[in-house]
Design a protein around this ligand. Structure first.
Ligand code: ZN
Length: 275
């Protein structure tokens, strides 16, 4: 599933082809994504200019003349940039094409169709998908004080806390596991027992892990222009995720794992203390 770093990498991969570009044509081949695509969308978008592309949580946002196109990659979605003159025929799961004046085409592919393509003319901050979201992890708004305040009246685990989009957006399961390991905090430590020092370590770990992942993805940027290329979903160096039974990179203890809220959780019993 595309996580925040993959979405950020996707944004950086497509941005230069679409920024300030006028939309010439939109083709929608399948309207049934997670939510139905607005049947008027092709008419609405055609002739508009894309002024700004940015990311909020795991959504890609294309700000146009009269509103914003919201794209979510769901479980299996991906975006590619193609040249119109390559004439590459769409395949079964290529649900959406957006052609811009400069001769490029943005193609959305999604075999499982859990992704979304939505249009809104309201400010993003008041849109129901965005109005309750916490801060972006890589901005100054997400800091020790913020995490400490948000953890005070919570009885959930530290792992559940950092995966809650109201606390901070975009920390998926893999990155939550890795951040807790880097911070030396047991995933099951109760949120309101996190100390200020714990919060400080966690904030630093989350920012570091996500930044490293985005950096790793940057090396695959060229793939956005390859017609058959897989986009930048990358295997970064993982220290605990998927490594149960292996030796901890810090202390050599055997890494353990369990399921929490149906999510695979991995930790070092020696480096990550409950208390
Ligand atoms: Zn260890």
């Amino acid at each position: 599933m595309p996580e925040l770093p993959e979405v950020e990498t996707t944004l950086r991969g497509v941005e230069s082809f679409l920024k300030d570009a006028k939309i010439n044509q939109v083709t929608i081949r399948n309207f049934s994504l997670r939510w139905p695509i607005d049947p008027r969308l092709a008419d609405i978008l055609t002739g508009q200019t894309i002024h700004l592309l940015y990311r909020r949580a795991k959504y890609l946002l294309l700000e146009c003349d009269t509103g914003t196109l919201i794209i979510h990659l769901g479980m299996s979605g991906r975006l590619r940039i193609l040249a119109v003159n390559e004439n590459i025929a769409p395949e079964k799961h290529d649900h959406f094409d957006l052609v811009v004046e400069n001769g490029h085409l943005l193609r959305y592919t999604d075999p499982r169709r859990f992704g979304a393509i939505l249009w809104t003319e309201a400010p993003i901050e008041v849109h129901p998908l965005f109005s309750h979201l916490g801060p972006e992890p890589l901005t100054e708004a997400f800091d020790t004080a913020e995490l400490l305040v948000k953890s005070r009246n919570r009885r959930c685990s530290a792992k559940t806390l950092i995966m809650d989009g109201k606390v901070v957006v975009g920390v998926g399961n893999i990155y939550a596991n890795e951040a807790l390991f880097m911070a030396g905090i047991h995933p099951q430590k109760i949120a309101n027992q996190l100390t200020k020092k714990d919060c400080d370590k966690l904030v630093t770990a989350i920012k570091t892990i996500l930044t490293q992942a985005i950096k790793a993805g940057g090396t695959t940027l060229k793939d956005f222009r390859k017609s058959d290329g897989k986009p930048g979903y990358f295997a970064q160096q993982l220290n605990v995720y998927g490594r149960q039974g292996e030796a901890c990179v810090h202390c050599g203890s055997e890494l353990e794992h369990y399921k929490e809220a149906q999510r695979a959780t991995f930790y070092c019993p020696k480096c990550q203390k409950l208390k």
